[in-house]
Design a protein around this ligand. Structure first.
Ligand code: DSN
Length: 384
């Protein structure tokens, strides 16, 4: 039987190890220092508040009612949109509610494929198909730069498939999505933009603005480039006929407890971003772009170059085939206290032996590092 001391020791060891490592996982972050423990570890973590603020199925919710409603209003005002729900406990849960809540017509959707960087929830083996029963079709990719979407090819696919809705957004995310171009061609289609990876860049006004370009809904996680507590969010641009079905899919459809202690930390992160950290998104993108150039200059195979840049986000993707492949390179980096993930590249035949690694600079930047410092550490570990 394990003791409390054992649990304590593991937690402390992990804390001290992860604090000493350079974390370059693109889907993670730590919270702004002034938000962390003060706004996250609180009594709300022991409570329930089913339902909407001021219309709960529990008593004892007067403080969370106020906070949650202000948090929703904050995001609505920030994105000039009609609807914000901060109850999803992850981006995947936000996607599930939207995928199952949107109108059902012919039961098909179009999204990014896994090899081109699409997320698992948008694909055949994930929620959109397994739980919501949609037949998944994928956008066409650019033949010269398969990290990018081929707009004309995708227009043809959308015309042929006539999907219930279109899903933008990726996990391996280097370039803006062609939201404008697809909206121009399909004025009536419902467009969902999954901003999980780039939510902090969009929040900071440094990446494409999906609502301005024609998206109807945004889903996101609140803990990647947006350095908040782990959780999700759903935003809708304007009043829509499917609002009620998405809303009731969230609760009572999926959620009971929505992990209340996230909410003050989420609002505090947004306030800290708006006040002390306005340039965070800009710094993140600049660091990723500089790092990609330094890596290419040092002879590494950096993916995604479009004639101008390798990346427009927080991510840098390397093809490490000649160094043994993604898994051994990621393991070697971990031995050198640098954490990245192995990643399939669009041309890989199997996900079992991916030939790439995916790097995200958002946490390193938040902790005060610049591109040069990240490059020095990565380069020396890769050369070791
Ligand atoms: N699939 C995870 C990633 O991009 O790392 C996030 O859900």
């Amino acid at each position: 039987m394990e003791s409390l001391d054992y649990v304590r020791k593991v937690v402390l060891e992990n804390d001290s190890w992860r604090n000493a490592t350079l974390n370059l996982i693109a889907s993670e972050n730590v919270m702004f220092p002034e938000v962390g423990s003060e706004f996250y570890y609180n009594d709300f973590m022991h409570r329930y508040a089913e339902g909407k603020p001021y219309q709960r199925y529990y008593n004892g919710t007067k403080y969370i009612d106020d906070l949650e409603s202000k948090c929703q209003e904050h995001f609505k005002a920030h994105f000039s949109c009609h609807y914000a729900d901060v109850r999803p406990i992850s981006g995947a849960i936000a996607n599930l509610a939207v995928f199952c809540g949107l109108p059902k017509m012919n039961g098909k959707i179009v999204s990014n494929s896994l090899p081109s960087g699409g997320h698992i929830t948008h694909n055949k083996m994930g929620t959109v198909s397994k739980v919501c029963g949609k037949e998944v079709h994928n956008f066409a990719t650019d033949s010269e730069n398969p990290f990018k979407t081929d707009v004309d090819g995708s227009i043809r696919i959308i015309r042929e498939v006539n999907p219930d809705f279109i899903v933008f957004g990726k996990s391996m995310f280097l370039h803006p999505e062609p939201v404008k171009e697809i909206r121009r061609e399909f004025p009536e289609k419902t467009i969902l933009y999954d901003a999980a990876h780039v939510f902090g860049l969009i929040y900071g006004g440094e990446f494409q603005m999906p609502f301005d370009e024609g998206a109807d809904l945004i889903t996101a996680s609140t803990h990647k480039t947006f350095p908040g507590p782990q959780g999700g969010i759903v935003l809708m641009k304007r009043e829509m006929q499917f609002e009620k079905s998405v809303d009731s899919m969230l609760f009572p459809g999926i959620l009971s407890n929505h992990h209340l202690h996230r909410i003050p930390a989420l609002l505090a992160t947004a306030i800290a971003y708006d006040t002390k950290h306005r340039d965070y998104g800009k710094k993140v993108i600049e660091a990723a772009q500089k790092l990609s150039e330094m890596m290419a200059g040092a002879g590494y195979k950096v993916c995604g170059y479009d004639g101008k840049k390798y990346t427009y986000t927080h991510q840098v993707v390397l093809d490490v085939t000649e160094m043994g492949g993604g898994a051994p390179v990621a393991d070697k980096l971990e031995k050198n206290n640098i954490i990245v993930n192995k990643n399939s590249l669009p041309w890989d035949k199997s996900v079992i032996s991916p030939s790439g690694i995916r790097i995200g600079v958002q946490e390193a930047v938040l902790r005060g590092m610049d591109a040069g410092q990240i490059f020095e550490k990565l380069n020396s570990a890769l050369k070791s």
